[in-house]
Write a new protein. Sequence first.
Lengths: 458, 169
Amino acid sequence: MAEQRIFIANRGEIALRAIRSAHELGLEAVLGISVADRDGLPAREADRTVLLGPAAARDSYLSAARIVHAAVATGCTCLHPGYGFLSERPELAELCEREGVTFIGPSSDSIRRIGDKLSARAVAQASAVPVNEGTEKIADLSQALELARQIGYPVITKASAGGGGRGMVVARNPAELSASFDTAVTTAREAFGDGTLYLERFVEVARHIEVQAFGDGQGQVVHFGERDCSVQRRYQKMIEEAPAQILSQAVREQMHRCAVALLGSIRYRNAGTVEFLYDAQRQQFTFMEVNARIQVEHPVSEEITGTNLIRTQIQLATGTLPPLRQDAIRMKGHAIEVRIIAEDPARDFVPSPGRITRWDAPTGEGVRLDTAVAAGSFVSPHYDSMLAKLIVRGESREQAIDRLAAALHAFTVEGIATNIALLRFIVSHADFRANNTSTRWLEAVLLPAFKTQLGRSS
Amino acid sequence: MSKLPDHDLEALISEFERSSWREMHLRVNDIELILAKDAAPVYRKLERTAAAPQAAEPAVRPASGPVGAPVNAPAIAPARATPAPPPAGWLLVRAPTLGTFYRSPKPGAAAFINVGDEVTATTEVCLVEVMKLFTTVRAGVSGIVREVYAKDGDLVEFEQALFLVEPRG
């Protein structure tokens, strides 16, 4: 077999996961780091580090030229982009293609086709995947008002160039749309460098359900089940679980078929996620977007299928993956992931970087922690504030919740503020246990109750 | 930073020579030692660079004995220069960006500067190339060049020391 060496173009827990998965496969791992990450756990476990640039991500983790230069100069044959940073920028994939480095992800062409949301919607429609009623790109406010009238209120504005809630505003009437349209354009332009918006009918009570898929780039696509990521704040996921217990088996299978058909139609390569909005009342789902990368919440799918998806990603890139077979993927049990974040829910979720003085993480049956921090770690203000992913697995959702509650109870972090108290509160809430949530639940129901409780205890 | 005492190293090597092992990998804290009896080891390992640039780790390099492939030996990528601390008051010219280091403006041309040359803040000292984009590096300091740390064609990392300059009296 040809010698393979992998370049990791990311940081934190996903970098560590990629390094360890590479080592399991007998590959060497070179890690690109910024000045802020010299002393991190990933830097210690990598076979070699290359200092890309300063702490500011712009000249380090967001510099495709430096990253690919470093990968080529250190003799790397493939590159793992992780999530965030440049993972979904076609420029990185394209530069890798040009320099003969295998990008561990889809082709730059695929990223372009489904990275733009309007183009992705067209791909979905062509594969007979149900899409929400919506518009093409909107030129200005007057056109937006006219189109909104045709679709019917409430409507939601969306940025064509990206997700994460930026450029998304819900309007219930023409006055609200007029008031928020320009801000949405500006926000989208600042976030993605492209202010193009489109409109969709807004589903009031919806759940966010997504299918983990994996393609071989030759047209064969399999799925690893779905995840329910409805507990989110401002479109940022906080808790994810697999499977989505809200779905009937018939709807679940239909959703899986749609995801596989969509990605199969573009001969998608490597890991990807197809996101859907699910209307629980009507038992209908509509296509939302494709995430052309591995996602933060992939571990819950790993837990119910017994597959290391990062390793699978690397195996596909290095040509050592056996042919994909759907009937070889079995799902069992229930898994839940919560994101441990360095932010203070009591102070409007202000980020809380700094030195971790105590880190007592839970262990036990069915408990897994994906993290790159420990006691003594410094949480840099330059990057995303996620510290760890706590993942629990159980035979049933009930058992998983019980284990999650116990694990969160045993989790102690000092030196910086975290959202652990909020997560405990969510997990002990009757709605969460009854699986009676929606994408609006956290902000509309849970957070007001949490604030009341904080007021009582202080 | 830990260091393997030389006598321990010698003992390890003779132990390895007597053994029936064909290869040995040893890692003690920051030092990694790879010994192999084949003339060409199956696979040349990467040198392991310290995450912190101030580390001045001496290369573990047995003078004789079996074919040693210490991890600091040039592998596919050049070893990162980790110079000893310069005399007090001397100045380092560092790489402004990660890239490939070039001592001359084009192949075959004379080097921008050599040891013993005098530089001022605006003197061009080298090129650093990132994906075909060349950046001219200027000394930024005045004095006499006393050391050139990087080699032509080396991958240099962000802020890696390239030149040592002794300031003028």
